[in-house]
Design a binder for this molecule. Structure first.
Ligand code: SF4
Ligand code: SF4
Length: 381
């Protein structure tokens, strides 16, 4: 069964070249062969990227706390090595029905720590055309064409702790996100290995080694819908989650479409756009981006904030009315939001009255006092 699309496709969807991603561009070393080749093709980005690269403050943070992050990212780089995300397939193929296979995959993923698991088709348009980030893995080459012919995509989400993402663009937010990415990497790599042991090709796609775009695949797998801030939102977690994907040829039953009303909600809400320190989130209408109609995020402006704060910011997720502790009252509010027309109008106003404007929350006591670099952003006061 094919899933219903929750976004409007306008013509052909163009495959994305990972080299064009702002983060990939930021890893280019001036004077290197890759740098010269890339900016020969993209002279329009060179000056702007140089400014962002010089800003880079990913090392921001107290000497007692920064190693929290360093350890996480080093582990994730190891998880992303080519021989961990992929590997040999057992010659002894096990036969099982797509229904039973889907049941086992979901059960195992939940057992390993997944909060949500959905299965859909692997649309080849969401496979990167070329590799942009190598993470110093000798098995990967910047600019190598990507050929991934798997048929199915298993999308897995793990929720971020809302109280930590609400500490704002400081290290406590970043290391919570990295904790979630680490959990996802464990789940994804283990699950892909399990599928290969059953005799079917499978590959894990994790933060340090993606060959696919996880968000549209998760939407195609009916996990959620695309929000104004460019992230997927689910009924259970809002956008306070991170994703991983396992692509495979193991025959699997696809999940049924969901309609949780995000599109209608975001039309009226706009809180993320009002809170975003960089102005990267549009207040207005959707645009067509590489064949898809959606709210177009200014990724350069967003990434500049990441570099200035030395974090991945997360204010759009933190300020979203769907990012709440998973208590009964908030579950009820989300449930109403998914059913009511004009829920966005009512709930975004209720959000502003009850919680007011988004302000970063204090960090937990086991952190040192963070560098308050975010104080320069007016939207956060
Ligand atoms: S991460 Fe921060 S800067 Fe980027 S879109 Fe979200 S709120 Fe804006
Ligand atoms: S803050 Fe409002 S507009 Fe932005 S993603 Fe959340 S619900 Fe949509």
């Amino acid at each position: 069964m094919l899933t219903k699309s929750r976004y409007k496709v306008v013509g052909d969807i163009e495959r994305f070249d990972e080299r064009d991603n702002v983060q990939s561009r930021n890893t280019l070393v001036p004077g290197s062969e890759e740098y010269t080749e890339f900016y020969r093709r993209h002279t329009e980005w060179e000056e702007k990227d140089r400014g962002t690269r010089e800003l880079s403050r990913i090392s921001v943070g107290n000497h007692l706390d920064l190693p929290f992050f360093v350890q996480q990212i080093e582990n994730l780089a190891r998880y992303g090595m080519e021989d961990l995300v992929d590997g040999p397939v057992s010659p002894n193929r096990q036969e099982l029905s797509p229904k039973r296979a889907a049941e086992k995959i979901k059960g195992y993923a939940h057992f390993l720590g997944a909060d949500q698991v959905r299965i859909g088709p692997l649309n080849p348009a969401y496979v990167y055309s070329h590799l942009g980030k190598t993470w110093h893995d000798p098995a990967r080459r910047h600019g190598a064409p990507i050929n991934l012919n798997h048929k199915n995509a298993i999308s897995i989400a793990v929720g971020i702790n809302p109280s930590l993402i609400k500490t704002g663009p400081v290290l406590s937010e970043l290391i919570e996100v990295m904790r979630v990415y680490t959990q996802l990497a464990t789940i994804s790599v283990t699950l892909a290995g399990y599928i290969r042991a059953l005799g079917y090709p499978a590959r894990a796609h994790i933060i340090t080694n993606y060959q696919v775009l996880c968000i549209p695949l998760a939407i195609d797998a009916s996990m959620g819908e695309l929000g104004r801030h460019g992230l997927m939102m689910t009924k259970e977690l809002g956008s306070c989650l991170k994703l991983t994907t396992v692509t495979t040829d193991l025959p699997l039953v696809f999940d049924a479409p969901v309609d949780i009303g995000v599109d209608e909600f975001c039309q009226d809400c706009k809180i993320c756009a009002e809170s975003c320190p960089s102005g990267a989130i549009p207040h207005g209408k959707k645009k067509v981006v590489r064949g898809i109609e959606k709210w177009a995020i200014n990724s350069e402006a967003c990434f500049r904030v990441w570099n200035e704060t030395g974090t991945d910011c997360g204010v759009c997720v933190a300020s979203c009315p769907w990012t709440k502790p998973r208590t009964g009252i908030h579950r009820l509010a989300t449930s109403l939001a998914t059913k009511m027309k004009k829920a966005g109008w009512w709930m975004s106003r209720a959000e502003k009255i009850v919680y007011g404007k988004f302000r970063p929350q204090p960090v937990p006591s086991w952190f040192e006092e963070p560098d308050p670099v975010w104080k320069k952003y007016k939207t956060l006061h």
